[in-house]
Design a protein around this ligand. Structure first.
Ligand SMILES: [Zn+2]
Length: 189
């Protein structure tokens, strides 16, 4: 198994936060990240949050998402020193620390908490730790930015052969369709 279930949750949360809360391009279109109350909704959707969320917490997570994007971009471009520096800053700011937690009836698990138990700081610490474990655990190559034109959404490659290039099947199909059109145009010429 490449990542255990807790790590997987943290990595998926990192991807979801970056893709929902940072401006850029998504699947061929300009993407403007939501603000205010809509930002709260985007965070709740990204993290499958059941609880109410203050705008301030969503704002803090948007800052974290921008920092996490820098980590994905640096890792994808093989600038690992930059990725590590950005993660160390985020680990320091969030006060990330391990703690043993358990849900009744389940075994004890190491979870990562922040300097305080607020939602935003906790998730910032968790996401930073997840990416740090991937980067420091020989999985830096698993952090990617979509290779499709006009898309900069990020992903974690959990495929067996480490061959993932795109953020989604939407982008994979866009690229396939463009290649098909190009081949057909070549035949017609
Ligand atoms: Zn994409």
């Amino acid at each position: 198994m490449l990542f255990d279930s807790h790590m997987r949750i943290l990595l998926e949360a990192s991807v979801a936060l970056v893709n929902a809360l940072t401006d850029g391009q998504a699947h061929g279109r300009r993407y403007i990240a939501p603000e205010g109350a809509q930002r709260v909704g985007a965070v709740r959707a990204a993290l499958a949050a059941g609880t109410d969320l203050e705008v301030g917490e969503a704002d803090r997570l948007a800052d974290t998402a921008r920092a996490l994007r820098g980590v994905f971009e640096a890792a994808a471009a093989d600038r690992l020193d930059d990725a590590a520096a950005a993660l160390n800053a985020l680990l320091r700011e969030s006060g990330a620390r391990p703690q043993l937690d358990r849900t009744p009836g389940e075994p004890w698990q190491v979870h990562f908490h922040g300097a305080d138990d607020s939602y935003a700081v906790g998730w910032s610490a968790g996401c930073a730790t997840g990416l740090a474990m991937a980067l420091g655990g020989d999985h830096a190559g698993r952090l990617g930015v979509c290779a499709a034109p006009h898309c900069d959404r990020v992903y974690v490659d959990t495929s067996r052969n480490a061959g993932r290039q795109f953020c989604s099947t939407t982008c994979q199909n866009r690229v396939k369709a463009a290649a098909f059109r190009a081949r057909r145009a070549g035949h017609d010429a």
